[in-house]
Unconditional design. Sequence first.
Length: 253
Amino acid sequence: MGAGHAHRLYRHGHSTVHTLPPHCKLAAVFCFVLVVVSTPRTAVWAFALYAALLAGVAAVARIPAGLLLRRMLIEVPFVAFAVLMPFVVPGEQIRLAGVPLSVPGLWDAWNVLAKGTLGVAASVLLASTTELRALLLGLQRLRLPPLLVQIASFMVRYGDVIADEMRRMSIARRSRGFEARGVRQWGVLAKSAGALFIRAYERGERVHLAMVSRGYTGSMPVIDEVTASRAQWAYAAALPVTALAVRLLGWTL
């Protein structure tokens, strides 16, 4: 995996969280999400403590709250889905400002919002403190199947290339007076999507031939070997272990 520029999701820093090996952070986030998902939806206090834990990680990593919240806007489609649940889930109903709402639907909506928000926040913190190339090395270190790592690597490398191709096609359409104002313009957009697919496929073939000509045999060489000390593993485990303690406390109460 050759070197490359830092992705725009990454926020450069020198905090302890930034310097942790990527596979430690991946394992910590994965275990934290497992604990969050296994928490009963009625344990509202536990979700508040989970949020406080993530806020503490963000403070240690010096990630501004505004930046974190802006990047969490990717969750909006799931929020819209959760908002519909109190209206469509059958069961006991209550009235709020004269509007009938399903009690099971309200709990389902809370369940989706709480666990989804915490998972997205943890992922955003991971992406903000770890370069994408380092994440791929971390996945290799965690023994993820090499083929999946290669697919993820190509997505990282060429996702921006495809996005740039889309931008150039959009500029070309606008330079010819095209504006997507309604359903009548959908045909042009569909043709553009087809043309983009063909261009991406052809570029993929050219890239593959270039790789084969340089000795590619189906696996990418590992340039950097990432290792972690016991202290680093212990530091990374602080988040999921504390969350697990909260979860166990919930069972005893």
